[in-house]
Design a protein around this ligand. Structure first.
Ligand SMILES: Cc1cc2nc3c(=O)[nH]c(=O)nc-3n(C[C@H](O)[C@H](O)[C@H](O)COP(=O)(O)OP(=O)(O)OC[C@H]3O[C@@H](n4cnc5c(N)ncnc54)[C@H](O)[C@@H]3O)c2cc1C
Length: 412
């Protein structure tokens, strides 16, 4: 019987462990933590958006780094297979807006419980509070075991599913990168993904303001490199919210301080229609100050910052606003400027971009091309996707692939 060690009890490791055990291997799964799924526990604000009910083909358009690498894994274990897997485990699921799948209970830990039960039913052995410190290779460069803080564990194959380097308090501290490097693997430099953006300049007055239905665009010089419609929130440090998180994954390899960003507060209105709307408001609010004249158009908290950006005095009477000033107001509303400084840190990003280079891993098996018997699954690989359940699905699909391959393949 093939003996397999799985490192990491996140979604990738747990899925890999049960797949390998169900394929006939003797599997032991290790985690440095005292329990499984510490990161899973906090996903989806504690509700765990575990996949997206989308076709495998469409899925790939939501993957930022190396979508092609995922083709085989995602076709073998599709988002719909995830739905069936958990429902077969007795976990009821529900599908929300945009195809996002959650447990019906809204409890992320029910997802972990289901994975742990699947492992236990398949005969997987659990070892908690045991950090893996090294991989053991034989003289002919095959995997021969692992070293842990407590000793050695000899085995025929190892599945490395240690996650990324985000939210390190969950146990994902980036150990997998060092372990992979020690076996000769290249690690693509890691970067924050799905994180907020720090701004330069004074946006304090906007802090806490949550906007819906705005368009957020990023420019490199004159060239628009990102644009999305949706929700954006001003934070004490800068901006966050869905459109900002997605943007961060697109710009994390660029010099963020050299980019500019703009918010269109009224994307549904052309400049002409917006101008007419403003005139209508002024008509209804005759002889009011500019500060009072925008109450119908903007959230109260946004009025002074917008007027400041348009260089219009808030105490000016709307009757005396020149056409030029009104044009400045319209263009500020259509393109409110933000000065970007940097991304937030990896530690507080939702996923880690970069990781073990997929060029050195066989996409059909998840086996290392360099070290027979070494397999990878989940976020430790150079794979990352947008929000919507895609990152956990990547962990599950690569986990199934790695688990089955490690159990069934003869390494040579
Ligand atoms: C706040 C937050 C919310 C999120 N929400 C969602 C969401 O709703 N939907 C979604 O798709 N994605 C979400 N994600 C991303 C998702 O959680 C990760 O992509 C996913 O957990 C990666 O799975 P993994 O199994 O590869 O790694 P992880 O879940 O990070 O698990 C890795 C495990 O390996 C263990 N480990 C690490 N090093 C060692 C070592 N040396 N020895 C022993 N054990 C080790 C760790 O303790 C950890 O338990 C969210 C992430 C965060 C931070």
């Amino acid at each position: 019987m093939k003996k397999i060690a799985v490192i990491g009890m996140g979604p990738a490791g747990l899925m890999a462990a049960q797949a390998a055990a169900n394929a006939g291997a003797a599997v032991t799964i290790f985690d440095r933590n005292e329990k499984a799924g510490k990161k899973l526990f906090i996903t989806g604000k504690g509700r765990c958006n575990l996949t997206n009910d989308i076709s495998s083909e469409d899925f790939l358009s939501h993957v930022v780094s190396n979508p092609k690498f995922l083709f085989a894994a995602l076709n073998e274990f599709t988002p719909q297979d995830t739905l069936s897997f958990f429902e077969d485990c007795g976990l009821k699921l529900k599908i929300e807006r945009g195809g996002r799948v959650f447990p019906e209970s809204d409890k992320a830990y029910h997802v972990t419980d289901a994975l742990v039960s699947a492992c236990r039913s398949a005969g997987v052995k659990f070892r908690f509070n045991e950090r893996i410190t090294a991989l053991k290779l034989s003289n002919d460069n095959h995997i021969s075991g692992i070293k842990t803080e407590r000793g050695e564990f000899l085995c025929d194959a190892v599945i490395l599913a240690t996650g990324g380097a985000s939210y390190p308090s969950t146990g994902s501290t980036g150990d997998g990168y060092t372990l992979a490097q020690s076996a000769g693997h290249t690690v693509v430099p890691i970067a924050p993904a799905l994180c907020g953006i720090n701004l330069s300049g004074d946006y304090k007055a906007l802090s806490g303001l949550a906007l819906k239905n705005v368009t957020f665009s990023i420019f490199s010089g004159e060239k628009k490199i990102y644009s999305d419609f949706g929700e954006l929130t001003f934070m004490p440090y800068g901006i966050s919210g869905p459109v900002v998180l997605s943007a961060s994954s697109k710009i994390n390899r660029l010099n963020v301080a050299s980019l500019t960003a703009k918010i269109d507060w009224k994307p549904a209105l052309t400049a002409e229609v917006l101008d007419a709307r403003i005139l209508r408001d002024f008509n209804q609010l005759q002889n009011q100050t500019m500060e009072q004249s925008l109450v119908k158009l903007l959230p109260k908290q946004a009025i002074l910052p917008v007027l400041k950006a348009a260089n219009i005095s808030p105490s000016k009477n709307n009757n005396s606003l020149s056409k030029k000033e009104r044009e400045a107001l319209v263009s500020t509303l259509k393109a409110f400027p933000l000065t970007l400084r940097s991304l937030r840190s990896i530690e507080e990003s939702i996923v880690t971009a970069g990781g073990v280079s997929v060029k050195e891993v066989n996409p059909k098996t998840m086996q290392s091309k360099l070290v027979p018997g070494l397999y990878f699954a989940g976020e430790v690989l150079d794979l990352d996707a947008f929000t919507g359940g895609y990152n956990i699905q990547i962990a599950l699909s690569t986990g199934v692939k790695a688990g089955k391959s490690a159990a069934l393949l003869a390494e040579n």
